[in-house]
Write a protein of this length. Structure first.
Length: 239
């Protein structure tokens, strides 16, 4: 799993397709439209069309086919279990149940495979803190867990008698605890920096809005969006 995430992040940071050069904001909107339509529609022709479009997007992102197959296998496996558990002999509902998560997964694979991590989550930094999803926070925000480590270190210090007893013993235990905390912080910061470099960090924290700056390559995203909207209008009412 770690190797899979690393390959996807590397492809997002080093890719050269038109999708990689397009702005993160337009790609987010297109992916949200595909996922939203795939989940809400009951039209099988529309679901099949969206699924085909999602495959075209994922394959044109130049992600390795093996990586795409592994990413699609997870939702396909679990939705397949639901299909088998509730099988009634009707093929159409089963196909619908399989198409929804796989289409969403393909759209997400295209998005994260063409958008570096900092750009992908930059729009979330514009939201109020209470509105930000807790599971999609920036890696920098995760440094707050060091406070938990410090609290745990303090608890261990009290358990080991570091706040009572002879002064020499207290200083010895406190020194060991402080050294452990420093080593933990150094190791965590090194891993965090390596992760940020892998995910497209350029050596500085960018507070600008370059993720929303459109270029000529965004016309391809807009064209894909027009095709999605046209398909939704034409096929929404079909059973």
């Amino acid at each position: 799993m770690i190797n899979l995430v690393g390959r996807v992040d590397l492809a997002a940071a080093t890719g050269t397709t038109v999708w990689h050069r397009a702005s993160a904001l337009t790609k987010l909107l297109l992916a949200a439209a595909i996922v939203g339509l795939a989940i809400t529609t009951r039209s099988l022709p529309l679901q099949l069309t969206l699924h085909a479009m999602a495959w075209l997007l994922a394959l044109s992102s130049r992600l390795p086919l093996r990586v795409i197959a592994i990413m699609v296998a997870y939702p396909l496996l679990f939705s397949g279990l639901f299909v088998l558990a509730g099988w009634t002999g009707d093929v159409v509902p089963a196909v619908r149940l399989l198409l929804r998560p796989t289409t969403a997964c393909l759209a997400a694979a295209w998005l994260i495979g063409t958008t570096p991590y900092p750009d992908l989550f930059a729009p979330l930094s514009r939201l109020p803190r209470a509105a930000r999803p807790t599971g999609c926070s920036s890696p920098i925000a995760r440094c707050s867990s060091s406070r938990t480590a410090a609290s745990g270190c303090g608890a261990a210090l009290r358990v080991r008698g570091g706040v009572s007893g002879p002064l020499r013993r207290r200083l010895s235990v406190a020194g060991e605890s402080l050294g452990t905390l420093v080593l933990y912080g150094f190791d965590r910061s090194a891993r965090l920096y390596a992760t940020m470099l892998l995910r497209g960090h350029a050596g500085r924290i960018c507070g600008c809005r370059h993720y929303a700056e459109t270029t000529r390559d965004d016309l391809w995203v807009a064209l894909a969006g027009v095709l999605v909207i046209a398909a939704a209008i034409a096929l929404w009412r079909m059973p």
